[in-house]
Design a protein around this ligand. Structure first.
Ligand code: RIB
Ligand code: NA
Length: 304
């Protein structure tokens, strides 16, 4: 059983030929709406990977709430602990250009109401060995409380460092497994590992893991993912694809990784599946609509 404590957003997406610069107006392109939010995306990815998933978070009392939860509902994520709070549902304003490059602004709305009480609700229903999956789109006190409770109760905690916030480096040291992209890992090292670390990515990952006693996974886009921890050094390869829209790929990785571990896979095998799922998520527009089902992974692996 996986519990995700995190954000729910409705993504407002402008697909444009070129990203506007500050003060600039760019005309042309198309508009679409897709279900998003790092917490919700990861919950859906874990569910589509085959896990039983419960989401803890909040949406607003507006018309966007139902739309934002639509795919989580239809795919069978347990939403009984998603609160309805006064105000707006979380919104992400996203522009994607022809090269797949994107800029995102998040207007947290109801996600800002996810507090330590929500963390207690999340952990209250969890048992030793269950998996807790966290990101950085809810207030950090909720995440901190959840990590502390997870440690006390033997729950396995996985923390995704996106988007990187001031306390993220400290929080990462309290999680069992940390998932960062390259930029976030550099911030993790800068804030917590001492400045000016010499050496390549592998040696820096090893240094962080040895200092904290945790497992670090760094996702590398088209280069796959690498990890270091008690299982030693692991490497997973991405599929050779041409990305159309990378929004939600990192979330797909996190959800699939959690689901793999929940199903009893080794970290190496869970990483291999998560990396392939993330590659597939880059082939369709939107965050949640692009998340593959486990069966689609099998097909793509079979045809390689
Ligand atoms: O990680 C992708 C997500 O980040 C989008 O779905 C958007 O909601 C933003 O939060
Ligand atoms: Na996508």
């Amino acid at each position: 059983m996986i519990t995700v404590l995190g954000s729910v957003n409705l993504d407002q997406i402008g697909t444009v030929t070129r990203l506007p610069a500050p003060g600039e107006t760019v005309a042309g392109g198309t508009f679409s709406v897709a279900q998003g939010g790092k917490g919700a995306n990861q919950a859906l990815a874990a569910r589509r990977a085959g896990a039983a998933v419960r989401m803890v978070g909040a949406v607003g009392e507006d018309a966007f709430a139902e739309v934002a939860l639509r795919l989580l509902t239809s795919d069978g994520v347990d939403l009984s602990d998603v609160a309805r709070v006064p105000g707006a549902t979380g919104i992400a304003m996203i522009f994607v250009d022809e090269k797949g490059e994107n800029v995102i602004a998040i207007l947290p709305g109801a996600n800002a109401a996810v507090d330590e009480a929500a963390a207690m609700r999340a952990l209250g229903a969890m048992a030793r060995g269950d998996i807790l999956l966290l990101q950085q789109e809810i207030p950090q006190p909720a995440t901190a409380r959840a990590l502390a409770l997870a440690r006390q109760s033997g729950v396995v905690s996985i923390l995704n460092t996106a988007p990187f916030l001031p306390d993220t480096a400290a929080l990462a040291e309290e999680a069992d497994i940390v998932i960062a992209n390259e930029t976030e890992f550099a911030l993790l090292m800068g804030k917590a590992g001492g400045q000016g670390d010499a050496g390549d990515l592998d040696s820096q990952m090893e240094a962080w893991a040895n200092r904290t006693g945790r497992t670090i996974i760094v996702t590398l886009g088209g280069e796959g993912a690498r990890s270091f921890g008690p299982d030693g050094r692991l490497v997973a390869a991405a599929l050779p694809i041409t990305p159309l829209d990378t929004v939600g790929a990192g979330d797909t990785f996190c959800g699939y990784l959690a689901a793999g571990l929940d199903a009893g896979l080794t970290l190496k095998d869970a990483m291999a599946r998560a990396t392939i799922a993330a590659s597939l998520a880059c082939l369709k527009p939107g965050a949640q609509p692009a998340i593959p089902y486990a069966g689609e992974l099998a097909a793509s692996i079979g045809s390689r």
